[in-house]
Design a protein around this ligand. Structure first.
Ligand SMILES: Cc1cc2nc3c(=O)[nH]c(=O)nc-3n(C[C@H](O)[C@H](O)[C@H](O)COP(=O)(O)OP(=O)(O)OC[C@H]3O[C@@H](n4cnc5c(N)ncnc54)[C@H](O)[C@@H]3O)c2cc1C
Length: 369
């Protein structure tokens, strides 16, 4: 059996490893980029030794032990709790919004009054959405709900998606919860870490198998598919069928990375700027692996429109219309024997890295093995 995997991102590489190692079959994995690892690609800046996440900050987190154990074959880990900041009225404060954030923004007496009300209403240790908070009619809760909505959610979301917040599905806005506790961690998963030698090294180890061949700077359209008995495609599903049902829309990003002659620029690995500037956030890379250097490297992230073949696809724009279009493409996939789609582009869905690996493992178990 000869397998073709299109895309050397986490999806394609996890599956390539499973097929090569467990089925002892040959795999050719191709990518149009000049590097492996897809969007989790990182590299070491030679001058400073700082590991840079080229396509935005990536923090691995999961509750799935099978996924954790699978990846642990290819890397050791640097334990890392993601504790970002946000800027509100010029103050750098903790994000997600929690009880500590109240004391960073308000006089102690006001913060204590709001804190007591929140704890009495929702219970200490709970997590609530901004919609839940805004639906409460109590005067104190109403005040803090509107304050958080305006300063944390509204302008960030509008910048991120380039549209009015009222046109955005509330599930997107409600993803980031408010913590009625002092838990400043962005994620609460059992396992949270960064690969000790970087994501690219982890992927390199995954591909290091005699049955796997990697061809970079290779487009799917230039491959003779009749040479392969199974094809797994992790690119955008609309491109696979020449956009016959229309273009699936995405939101794109511009990453502006620079070296700064300063030991540290900001207080944590990531700071969001909901209310100022055109960028949404700044990533300071040396925090991820606690790398020491006299300089620092930061990336300013600007959301932008996705234009076919001009820039990269990052976030799928999921709504009723795009779901109908996606299902037409998926139907085409199902008509073909031994063609499978996988990953954030193949499935047209935002997935965290752990779900990406889980999906690759499940596809292997259910359809390939
Ligand atoms: C800004 C940002 C930050 C993120 N941060 C986190 C985080 O902190 N934690 C987390 O868990 N997840 C995070 N994610 C999600 C994470 O990036 C994805 O889960 C993961 O990268 C998806 O892997 P993939 O293999 O499906 O896709 P990709 O990594 O995009 O790989 C697909 C590959 O296919 C190649 N390809 C496409 N079409 C073709 C073609 N026609 N021919 C040849 N090659 C092709 C592409 O070049 C690409 O390399 C983040 C995502 C973004 C956008």
């Amino acid at each position: 059996m000869k397998n073709l995997i299109v895309g050397a991102g986490l999806s394609g590489c996890a599956l390539a490893n499973k097929i090569a190692a467990e089925l002892n079959e040959d795999v050719l994995i191709i990518d149009k980029r000049n590097h492996i690892a897809g969007n989790i690609y990182d590299y070491k800046d030679i001058e400073t030794g700082i590991t840079v996440h080229k396509y935005g900050p990536h923090i691995f987190h999961t509750n799935n032990k099978e996924v954790w154990d699978f990846l642990s074959q290819f890397t050791k880990w640097h334990p890392f709790f993601f504790k970002p900041n946000t800027v509100i009225e010029g103050n750098i404060v903790t994000l997600p919004f929690n009880l500590k954030t109240l004391y960073e923004l308000f006089p102690d007496e006001t913060a204590a009054k709001i804190e007591t009300k929140l704890i009495n209403t929702y219970g200490f240790g709970t997590k609530i959405s901004i919609s839940q908070l805004r639906n409460n009619n109590d005067t104190t809760i109403n005040f803090i709900a509107n304050y958080i909505y305006e300063n944390v959610y509204k302008h960030y979301t509008e910048k991120q998606w380039g549209t009015n917040i009222n046109d955005i599905n509330s599930s997107v806005i409600n993803r980031l919860l408010i913590h009625i506790s002092n838990d400043c961690r962005y994620f609460q998963d059992k396992f949270q870490a960064i690969p000790l030698n970087g994501y690219t090294k982890m992927i390199e180890n995954m591909l290091n198998h005699p049955n796997i061949e990697v061809n970079l700077e290779t487009e799917f359209k230039d491959i003779n598919t009749s040479d392969f008995s199974r094809i797994i495609y992790t690119g955008s599903i609309d491109e696979l069928f020449n956009y016959k049902y229309g273009l699936l829309p995405y939101r794109s990003l511009i990453f502006d990375t620079m070296k700064i002659n300063k030991e540290y620029f900001l207080k944590s690995a990531m700071t969001t700027f909901p209310n100022n500037y055109n960028f949404t956030r700044i990533t300071e890379h040396k925090y991820f692996l606690d790398e020491k250097a006299s300089h620092t490297i930061v990336t300013f992230e600007y959301p932008t429109e996705y234009k076919t073949d001009k820039n990269e696809r990052y976030y799928p724009i999921n709504n009723e219309k795009t779901l109908i279009m996606y299902n037409k493409y998926l139907n085409e996939v199902h008509k073909k024997k031994n063609l499978f789609v996988l990953g954030r582009l193949g499935n047209y869905k935002y997935y965290n890295m752990d779900t990406i690996v889980e999906n690759a493992i499940n596809l292997f178990k259910e359809k390939i093995k």
